[in-house]
Write a protein that binds this ligand. Structure first.
Ligand code: PGA
Length: 253
């Protein structure tokens, strides 16, 4: 049985004090109540990594980064390597997020290089894929996502060391969520695509998260879908009460 992941993507939000406060209350909750088969995961800004991994040391929390360099180490001012992340006990890293693709012009081939670096240092990539509004409206959602998968995973052998997040671009930060049926259709397609490339077992074990305006009000119906294994959550993960509410909802599924 696959776990359910409640993954918070903080993006470029929260001050140090607010992050400190969040982790304090999250640790209290995880230590006193626990989350069973639900995995709490937070992807904070790099500057809060030590705060985050200290909390993870004392609890069941897992930590992910939001970005990684395609290079090993060296003279790359402002970049963070997979080697550095791994030395800080970071377990996961987002790659291919639509904000990185659109604002920072990251291509599928760059994302592919980043995935290779993460795997070299034993970090688990959370590969984000998803179509734009115009691509959905012109009936190309499946084609776009398959194309992203095949380019980002080209020449990469995965086992149980990958996570995928389906994030339709039109649903990110807009308050518009894909309907559970729309999301499930793509999630099922992703699992079938992975099964065809890597085999049934890898596909059956692969966590596929949904992202795009997930919040405590719509999480349960999304998680009720057979191929949705959690949420990658931006805005609604910034507030500790909202985040804990989502952990509790996931536990009831
Ligand atoms: P959102 O962001 O929940 O604020 O829509 C999700 C994401 O971009 O990962």
């Amino acid at each position: 049985m696959r776990k359910i992941y409640i993954a918070g993507n903080w993006k470029m939000n929260l001050t140090f004090q607010a992050a400190d406060d969040f982790f304090f209350h999250l640790a209290e909750y995880l230590q006193s109540t626990g989350t069973g088969d639900v995995q709490a995961l937070i992807c904070p800004p790099f500057t809060y990594m030590e705060l985050a991994t200290d909390t993870a040391d004392q609890t069941s929390l897992s930590i992910g980064a939001q970005n990684v360099s395609q290079y090993d180490n060296g003279a790359f001012t402002g970049e963070i390597s997979a080697d550095i992340l791994s030395s800080m006990d970071v377990e996961y890293c987002l790659v291919g997020h639509s904000e990185r693709r659109q604002i920072f012009q990251e291509s599928d081939s760059l994302i592919n290089q980043k995935i290779q670096k993460l795997r070299k240092y034993f970090l688990i990539p959370i590969l984000c894929v998803g179509e734009s509004l115009s691509e959905r409206e012109s009936g190309k959602a499946v084609e776009v996502v398959q194309n992203q998968l095949s380019k980002c995973l080209e020449s990469i052998e995965i086992d149980n060391d990958l996570m995928i997040a389906y994030e339709p671009v039109w649903a990110i930060g807009t308050g518009k969520t894909a309907s559970p049926q729309q999301a499930e259709e793509i999630h099922k397609m992703i699992r079938d695509w992975i099964a065809a490339k890597y085999g049934e077992q890898v596909a059956a074990d692969l966590p596929i998260l949904y992202g795009g305006s997930v919040n405590p009000a719509n999480l349960a119906e999304l998680l009720a879908q057979p191929d949705i294994d959690g949420g990658l959550i931006g805005g609604a993960s910034l507030d500790i009460e909202s985040y804990i509410k989502m952990l509790k909802i996931a536990q009831k599924i």
